[in-house]
Design a protein around this ligand. Structure first.
Ligand code: ATP
Ligand code: MG
Length: 445
């Protein structure tokens, strides 16, 4: 993309309404625009990162054997009357009437609807196990929408639902979700710690939240300092292998890690003192096992091998896709702007032309731009007629991990400059070597 033709409405001033750094930087980098409290338009660069995150979530869900579908944002109230949650959910639910005076709602989550789909089409244990998920906009009329996309009213969530014959099968689904979530966050360059949590309006007794450590997080967290260092890395996981999947979950949940809701001073006191940590965290996901809570009230049953009929075992699992953008920026920024991890960056690298209009420099930039694109990479070429300082400031603000700087002086020596946004270190090399380096960095990302 050529910056002169892109739509990147960066702000020079710090927006007064933003209280935390991720909100401020998303506004300044022209990623979002607020349309009403907690409701945002996603401007091109914000949209690009959002799509990137969505893609990673899809890939990891499909890898775990889960099946994508798409349910609507609007739901009939009658489904929620069946589960009893129409009255229970309270003011967070946006209730709407259609022209025929029928009660509708903008879905805050989809347990009822997925259970309805299931009971309409699945009848036998032979069709199990089954895990269906979608990535769809949700609406929760939060009392205090704030921090930009972190606590919006309209937000994008991946929500998945497993259907199993037995409790053991459902617990395997729970574990599979835990591992696939760990992999998802790691691919995004985030450390998200599974913490034992409280279940809230979803119900059920087995639940973990995934928290990204950040000073601006809304939850207080208590954990063993050795937990954030745990990594899945690139080990291959066989998601059908129960022992293997359960083993990984154990590895990640044995040490102490709890939110304030489940924190237990007595158990925490057993953690060696030098490892005890108190901090704050951003909830970026949650998984639940709730058994037959919805299937019983809504009549979602299956025939068992011995011919009897039982309510299906279920769980639900959510990732806050739009909130993740905020969490990513909270975890990756400096005083100049965002620093995207390679796995989620909106463009692979920036090209800064120090002397726009100079024939040789323009030609070198065009050559780089073409060479990168020919390799399937997605560079952002700052071809505006602007001072070098302004171009650097924009690149630093929007946070592309790599920048190639091209100017007449370097070109006279046959070199361009490759700079890492994270370390700030620069290296001179030929244009061809810079292209090869960028290609190598993104190989397999
Ligand atoms: P919270 O405790 O932050 O209100 P929740 O526990 O009610 O969230 P879940 O029902 O667990 O939310 O939803 C799954 C995920 O959706 C959460 O882990 C979070 O990442 C995201 N999410 C929930 N509410 C919001 C919101 N208002 N804005 C953005 N993301 C949200
Ligand atoms: Mg939650």
């Amino acid at each position: 993309m050529r910056l002169s033709r892109y739509f990147l409405p960066v702000l020079k001033e710090n927006p007064a309404e933003a209280q935390i750094v991720s909100h401020r930087l998303m506004l300044r980098a022209g990623m979002i625009k607020q349309q009403a409290a907690g409701i945002y338009s996603w401007l091109p660069m914000g949209f690009k990162v959002l799509k990137r995150l969505e893609q990673i979530v899809h890939e990891e869900q499909v890898r775990a054997g889960h099946i994508p579908l798409l349910m609507p944002t609007l739901q009939p109230a009658d489904l929620w009357r069946e589960s009893g949650r129409y009255d229970d959910y309270g003011q967070e639910m946006l209730r709407i009437k259609d022209r025929h005076d029928r009660d509708m709602l903008y879905g805050p989550t989809n347990e009822e609807m997925i259970t309805d789909i299931f009971r309409s089409h699945v009848n036998s244990y032979k069709d199990l196990p089954l895990t269906l998920y979608h990535i769809q906009w949700k609406f929760r009329d939060e009392v205090r929408p704030r921090f930009g996309v972190m606590r919006g009213r309209e937000f994008l969530m991946k929500d998945g639902y497993n259907f199993d014959l037995t409790r053991e099968d459902a617990l395997h689904a729970y574990n599979r979700h835990m591992v696939s979530y760990l992999r998802t966050y790691e691919r995004m360059g985030l450390t998200a710690i599974p913490m034992r949590a409280a279940s809230g309006p979803i119900g059920g007794d087995n639940t973990h939240e995934f928290l990204v450590l950040a000073d601006t997080g809304e939850s207080e967290v208590f954990y063993d300092a050795r937990v954030p260092a745990l990594k899945l890395g690139d080990r291959a996981v066989d998601y059908d292998n129960r022992e293997e999947v359960a083993g990984i979950c154990e590895e990640f949940t044995t040490l102490y890690a709890r939110t304030d809701e489940t924190h237990d001073e007595a158990v925490y006191a057993e953690v060696p003192e030098e490892h005890r940590k108190v901090g704050r965290g951003i909830e970026v996901g949650q998984i639940f096992y709730f058994g037959t809570k919805y299937s019983e009230s809504m009549g979602a049953t299956v025939v068992t091998p011995d011919g009897s009929r039982v309510p299906v075992e279920m769980g639900s699992h959510g990732i806050g896709v739009s909130r993740l953008l905020g969490a990513l920026i909270e975890a990756n920024h400096d005083d100049k702007g965002i620093i995207w991890p390679e796995g989620v960056t909106p463009f692979h690298c920036g090209i800064v032309n120090l002397k726009q209009g100079d024939t040789g420099t323009d030609a070198a930039c065009e050559g780089l731009y073409k060479a990168l694109r020919d390799l399937g990479l997605d560079p952002l070429y700052d071809d505006r007629d602007e001072r070098a300082g302004a171009k650097f400031a924009t690149m630093d603000l929007i946070g592309l991990p790599w920048r190639i700087t091209v100017g007449p002086r370097g070109l006279a020596n046959g070199v361009v400059e490759l700079t890492s946004r994270r370390s700030g270190e620069s290296e001179e090399m030929s244009a061809a070597a810079a292209v090869a380096r960028i290609a190598q960095i993104y190989d397999g990302v």
